[in-house]
Design a protein around this ligand. Structure first.
Ligand SMILES: Nc1nc2c(ncn2[C@@H]2O[C@H](COP(=O)(O)OP(=O)(O)OP(=O)(O)O)[C@@H](O)[C@H]2O)c(=O)[nH]1
Ligand SMILES: O=C([O-])CC(=O)C(=O)O
Length: 610
């Protein structure tokens, strides 16, 4: 079948952008969809698609009075999270993908995937989604075009990115000057003539592939989150990190928040934590200390470029939140709750209540009965969880009642502090200030965290997750470290953000969290700002500057002195035990590890007396 044979629905407008049209035609010829639909982004289209998803049994419409214009979806039980072992960086030279990524030669990968794509959209509609990550009116709009055969992906992309005709028109206006990332996605479930569809089509064989030199993404087999919404992790982190390396900026797995002190001083903070380690919660934090205010700019991704004034400015390229549902409630994240309660959201792999609402572990008002994410009867006595630990809400960022007005500024905001952090039960204190950019880069490069349900695999295993980017660095991680070193070297040190390392997850001897976390993390933010202002005290330790117990504002906090001390403790023996692990981690990189990081490690060893 040729592209010309593919039936065009009346709504298909095509494009005057010859090269884009050519690519769409080629994909259609290969994948043989029944129809092609160019996504407009209109409200009518949303209604059409969500109705179609309801008819297919993929979506259940939630009660309008509880969650207007919102939908429940349950995925195939095998398609619930990112698949890191099926994710590839197919650089031309294997060395450029480095020791932390899966690699295959691009030609070989394309040969395999072309066969998988052949006829894979039969019986389905092929959607063409023009989108832009970041602002349409920015100096260099970061366009993408995702082709997908999943209505779920179209609806979710519409929440997560600025999509549709307005973007396509801009691409057409720019013509050959429009730089866009072609991103091809299929669930890999062709339908034979007359064959009924399943609610969640997917394929056991999955590939999530980035071609860094071509700045192209090919994804096959999964309909879920970061595997399928290709503007998110695949483009805004893996491909964008390659662009950032080449162009001298940073594409990072970071939230961005605006902090206003009681004296009305404004600071912007970015923070990198691995998936499901608290970015969304910190980004929307409700401070428990009087006079401090937090507003949100982003909860997952930050693109940071130097401004003319020499400071590092961050923008959030996304348009929605794709947040972890379990644990989210009125206490832990009241702003996320207010955002999703406004509706226009998609909930995946949570529980469906009998009165047409959603529920998950940790949410208030536990229902007496619900349908679990696996479609089974669920009651509080059930042994199985009602919701998958990586169940998600997908909701528009503009509904967030504490969205900072600067979100709309394509220039972004000047960052004063960068926080790195992960989940560690032991060893890592509540907060540590680095001595300088290089030391902060070392902290980031050696970041460690227990694995979570956000990726398929074992949960709770400590692994190194540099800058929380382990699954997202689109090139050799050794070169990525060098890029961070270079950013510091080329900048005016006095204007660079200060780097800190936090750990909300240290445990006491009974296994409870030592630090109450959530809104109380505002106390740590306050200390961070007071360090920047030169006001707060700190103790110098082998690993960096740690608050003295008195320097951290604990007014009104129900925390015993001994607990605070334990949360802040730097135990030399525990840190000595980290050294061989860091050495093993660094050994992976061979000569690609920047000398400066080896020098930092030697410094740490000397201070610990190793
Ligand atoms: N103990 C404790 N748990 C927290 C804290 N902040 C977040 N969490 C929990 O960590 C889990 C993940 O939190 P999120 O804020 O959604 O994580 P995220 O980093 O945005 O996750 P991704 O969307 O996967 O990138 C939730 O279950 C939270 O309840 C904290 O300060 N202390
Ligand atoms: O990418 C996803 O599927 C969800 C997400 O935000 C993450 O895992 O960090």
């Amino acid at each position: 079948m040729t592209a010309q044979d593919v039936a065009q629905p009346e709504s298909a407008q095509g494009t005057t952008h010859t090269q884009l049209q050519q690519w769409v035609d080629e994909v259609a010829a290969l994948t043989t969809p029944d129809r092609i639909h160019w996504v407009t982004g209109s409200d009518e289209e949303w209604t059409e698609l969500t109705d179609k998803l309801v008819d297919a049994g993929t979506f259940v419409r939630l009660d309008e009075s509880k969650k207007p214009n919102s939908f429940y979806a349950a995925s195939d039980p095998t398609d619930v999270a990112r698949v890191e072992d099926r994710t590839f960086i197919c650089s031309v030279d294997e060395k450029d993908s480095g020791p932390t990524n899966n690699w295959m030669a691009p030609d070989e990968m394309k040969r395999i995937m072309t066969e998988l794509y052949r006829g894979c959209m039969a019986g389905r509609t092929m959607y063409v989604i023009p989108f832009v990550m970041g602002h349409l009116d920015s100096e260099n709009p970061m366009f993408g075009v995702e082709i997908t055969d999943s209505e779920y992906v179209v609806v979710s992309m519409r929440v997560m990115a600025r999509c549709g005709t307005q973007v396509l028109r801009r691409i057409e206006e720019l013509g050959d000057d429009a730089r866009y990332v072609p991103a091809l996605h299929s669930v890999g479930a062709p339908l034979a003539e007359g064959q009924a569809d399943v609610p969640w089509p997917c394929n056991d064989e999955k590939y999530i592939v980035q071609f860094p030199e071509e700045r192209t993404i090919w994804s096959f087999g999964s309909g879920y989150g970061g595997n399928a919404l290709l503007g998110k992790k695949c483009y805004s982190l893996r491909i964008a990190s390659v662009m950032a390396r080449d162009e001298g900026w940073l594409a990072e797995h970071m939230l961005i928040l605006k902090l206003t002190s009681p004296e009305q001083q404004v600071y912007y903070v970015a923070a990198a934590f691995p998936s499901a380690c608290g970015k969304t919660n910190l980004a929307m934090l409700k401070p428990t200390i009087p006079g401090w205010k937090v507003e949100t700019l982003g909860d997952d991704i930050a693109w940071m470029r130097f401004g003319k004034d020499g400071r590092l400015y961050a923008v959030n390229p996304e348009f929605g939140f794709f947040g972890v549902a379990p644990g989210t409630n009125e206490h832990t994240n009241p702003h996320a709750m207010a955002t999703i309660n406004k509706g226009n959201s998609v909930f995946t792999n949570v529980a469906l209540t009998d009165d047409g609402d959603i529920w998950w572990e940790g949410l208030e008002n536990e229902p007496a009965h619900a349908t679990s994410w696996k479609g089974q009867d669920w009651t509080p006595e059930s042994e199985e969880l009602s919701s998958h630990p990586n169940s998600r809400y997908c909701t528009p960022i503009e509904q967030c009642d504490i969205l900072a007005k600067e979100y709309y500024d394509p220039q972004g905001v000047p960052i004063s502090a960068i926080l790195f952090g992960g989940r560690r039960k032991t060893t890592v204190p509540l907060v540590t200030e680095s001595r300088d950019w290089l030391h902060g880069t070392f902290m980031g490069a050696t970041l460690s965290s227990e694995t979570t349900a956000a990726a398929v695999g074992q949960v709770g295993v400590v692994r190194r997750d540099p800058m929380a980017m382990l699954p997202f660095i689109g090139y050799n991680a050794g070169d990525y470290f060098q890029h961070w070193v270079n950013v510091g070297k080329d900048a005016d040190a006095s204007k660079l953000p200060k780097i800190f390392y936090v750990n909300w997850f240290r445990r006491d001897d009974e296994g409870g969290f030592l630090w109450p976390g959530f809104g109380e993390n505002s106390r740590v933010l306050k200390w961070v700002i007071e360090r920047i202002e030169g006001k707060a005290a700190a103790a110098e330790t082998p690993i960096g500057h740690v608050p003295t117990p008195e320097s951290l504002d604990t007014d009104g906090l129900d925390l015993r002195d001994a607990e605070l001390e334990q949360a802040l403790a730097v135990d030399a023996e525990e840190w000595k035990a980290e050294i061989p692990q860091i050495e093993e981690w660094f050994a992976k990189f061979g000569d690609d590890l920047p000398t400066q990081l080896r020098v930092e490690l030697d410094g740490l060893k000397a201070r610990l007396g190793v």
